[in-house]
Design a protein around this ligand. Structure first.
Ligand SMILES: Cc1cc2nc3c(=O)[nH]c(=O)nc-3n(C[C@H](O)[C@H](O)[C@H](O)COP(=O)(O)OP(=O)(O)OC[C@H]3O[C@@H](n4cnc5c(N)ncnc54)[C@H](O)[C@@H]3O)c2cc1C
Length: 475
């Protein structure tokens, strides 16, 4: 917290830079921005707790303004927290030390589609669904449609290394980002020019993809685009257990087929999410698939995949469950399933592992979490030739706030510990933010010192999003 004389000077400088309409110190604005979609912060607000507030919120619209804001923040030694769509699930935008929340919503322009090189240039504040609908109108898709596509923006996707629902075919955001404009904490603007790949040393784009606002601010990006598929075809198969489902997925990749959607629900998640609409045998798991492409290609892929499924004892459910999931995939968030009453609290832990470890990670995490009276539902999604992610949803109901927060923490601590013990990685797509910050050293082990050194070099005053991503450099 800076003293009131300096604070007045800081606000005046920001007013001069941005104009008074784009600088706010209003309590209501600060309260609205005090949480993202981290279920713990939402639950605490419902329980009447006031979360830490930013001192100021600013709304720049040009790269030069972002650069000047960071220079000012360095002079006043005040934290800067970039805010994208505010739909992150890990508390990444929380102003835990106060400071300036730098809201990117005015960076909302889609600059140009380049149909020759199949890419689109955008500002970082463009909302995912706005880009996708724009591209669709021109006959293209971004291939990046996380379930947060309606609320998150491009900068947020890149900053958190997000993964879309169709990542098995189109790739994750790190595969889709060809170029970047990035403002370093010093205010210097750097460009990683769009190229399909290069061999000029390490790929610096990858340093900033996933940096969660701790190394600076993404202001523009160039993303790959794809022609809209002739058709998207759905298919669903029930299998007797998780092992069989994973074996089918491995065989699909070995056959050289990349469905756009692959989701394998464990028995509990199948009972909760699928059996309410389809007649699935008790204890079975539902495998949902989609194929994007031409009709002739989809005919071939679907036939091969069904052969594999039937040989593994699968029961054909036609398009039904997969198509229903696709059409209703946003419904469960209105209202959020975690917006429960009393001291019931839930969250999701998404982890990733190679196939040789995946089942052990799943079983160990599930029993570690269930040991704390949690109901755990899991599905395997975002599958790749070498492994995939497990998305574990948990709920627990407690009599009071103290036991709710304590139980929630134990479920997280023991769930992540079990994942790491079995050789998994503790975040696949949601990033680290605040909620996973304490686990980063255990996850990265000796490699953490490299990340810390980069942070200290680029941000010696520790102004950028302090306390997130396990990084804490405060002056
Ligand atoms: C209902 C729901 C469904 C979701 N589904 C998915 C999913 O399918 N796949 C998935 O990957 N994630 C999903 N998420 C998680 C989350 O929305 C994404 O990870 C998303 O990428 C966050 O983007 P945002 O714009 O909302 O970022 P924010 O929450 O605003 O910010 C997230 C982090 O990025 C930093 N940041 C934001 N913009 C910038 C910038 N321009 N420069 C530098 N740093 C920046 C922030 O400081 C913060 O640390 C979901 C979340 C919700 C609530």
């Amino acid at each position: 917290m800076i003293d009131s004389d300096k604070f007045g000077e800081l606000v005046e400088k920001l007013h001069t830079l941005l104009g008074s309409d784009y600088v706010t110190v209003q309590q209501t604005d600060k309260v609205l921005n005090a949480h993202d979609a981290w279920p713990l912060s939402e639950a605490k607000i419902r329980a009447g707790e006031l979360l830490p507030l930013a001192d100021i919120i600013v709304f720049p619209s040009t790269t030069r303004e972002v650069s000047e804001i960071l220079k000012i923040a360095n002079k006043f030694l005040i934290p800067v927290i970039p805010v994208g769509g505010g739909a992150g699930t890990c508390g990444g935008t929380l102003a835990i030390y106060g400071g300036i929340q730098l809201d990117m919503k005015r960076f909302d322009k889609i600059l140009e589609i380049d149909e020759t090189s199949m890419m689109v240039h955008v500002e970082a504040g463009v909302v995912g669904v706005d880009l996708e609908e724009y591209l669709n109108r021109h006959g293209y898709t971004s291939g990046h449609t996380p379930t947060s596509v309606r609320s998150s923006n491009i900068g947020g996707f890149i900053a958190t290394r997000s993964g879309g629902s169709m990542s098995s075919l189109y790739g994750k955001i790190e595969d889709l980002t060809l170029g970047l404009e990035f403002v370093l904490p010093s205010g210097e603007v750097i460009f990683c020019k769009p190229v399909p790949r290069h061999s000029v040393g390490p790929d610096l784009r990858q340093l900033f993809i996933g940096s969660e606002g701790t190394l600076g601010v993404i202001t523009k990006a160039t993303l790959r685009i794809f022609p809209l598929p002739e058709e998207r075809r759905f298919r669903s198969v029930s299998v007797k257990d998780v092992s069989t489902g994973l074996e089918i997925i491995r065989k699909i990749f070995r056959a050289g087929i990349s469905p756009s959607i692959i989701r394998l629900y464990d028995p509990e998640d199948t009972a909760f999410s699928v059996s309410t609409h389809f007649d699935v045998a008790e204890g079975d798991c539902m495998l949902m698939l989609a194929f994007d492409g031409s009709t002739s290609k989809n005919d071939l892929d679907e036939a091969t995949v069904m052969e594999i499924c039937i040989a593994e004892g699968g029961n054909d459910f036609g398009a039904g469950p997969a198509e229903r999931w696709w059409n209703h995939r946003f419904d469960m968030y209105y209202p959020s399933p975690f917006t429960t009453s009393g001291y019931a609290i839930g969250d999701t832990i998404d982890v990733v592992a190679t196939y040789d470890k995946l089942e052990n990670v799943y079983h160990s995490m599930k029993s570690a979490m269930e040991a704390h009276e949690a109901v755990v539902l899991s599905h395997f999604s975002h599958m790749y030739p070498n492994g995939g992610s497990i998305y574990m949803i948990f709920f627990t109901a407690q009599p009071d706030a103290e036991s709710a927060w304590a139980t929630y923490k134990k479920i997280w601590d023991d769930g992540v510990a079990a994942c790491l013990k079995e050789g998994g990685t503790m975040s696949h797509q949601h990033g680290v933010g605040l909620s996973r910050s304490t686990y980063v050293v255990d996850e990265l082990e000796s490699a953490f010192s490299v990340l810390k050194s980069i942070k200290e070099k680029l941000d010696p005053n520790g102004i950028m999003n302090p306390g997130k991503l396990g990084l804490e450099v405060r002056k």
